[in-house]
Design a protein around this ligand. Sequence first.
Ligand code: F6R
Length: 244
Amino acid sequence: MNEPMNIHVYEQIEELYHDASKRIIEHIQKHPETTLGLATGSTPLGVYQRFIHAYQQGFVSFKKVLSFNLDEYVGLDRHHPQSYYTFMHQHLFSSIDIPSSHIHIPNGMATDLVVESKHYDTKLSKHRIDIQLLGLGTNGHIGFNEPGTPFTSTTHVIELKESTRKDNARFFKSFHEVPQRAITMGIYSIMQAKEIVLIATGEHKAQAVFDMIKGPIHLACPASILQTHTNVHLYLDYAAAKAL
Ligand code: F6R
């Protein structure tokens, strides 16, 4: 029998972000050498704001933290305004005390992306992730593991679904500028984390949330594999939890 997923549902999004961030910050306070798995997109912004605030208030230090980002677009220079490298520096890393040598983000400009993927997995295998922060795609993806990705996958290059490119077009000047491929930690890599904190907000995530929690464990909803993880915390607002 699997451990049930821990589901936290909130009316107030501020409280959701407060609690989810507190969970991670308290872990770092107790274990300064925490290895964090980090996500990009709109969802984690509320967490990163609270990390920065806690750091500025002197409540937490990231000096000994190691970070591994889930994914990066293929073909975007790291200094491109929409690269996840830029995103992470803008929204978190430049405002906290994490040393740059502790930051890991897949390189989507590597000449050999297979070698880059293996290289990332080697680093991951040396530093098991303590807490993995996840968002949820409207199609149930975690990282950029789109529906159909094997549960045994490690870091790899993925062709982004049109729906994902449309979802992310809001960050670009036009849909056509959204890269077609990304390099992402695999589902197996994500499942190795000791603890998973997934946040989903908004009605547009309600179907994916339902499939993740109540649906069959199936490749059609990559996040459904989280039903088999022994330490998952889901932070949902009412709208995202609507179908439950
Ligand atoms: C981002 C990532 C994706 C996003 C997901 C939700 O690094 O891996 O899985 O978490 O696409 O994106 P937002 O938060 O923008 O709705």
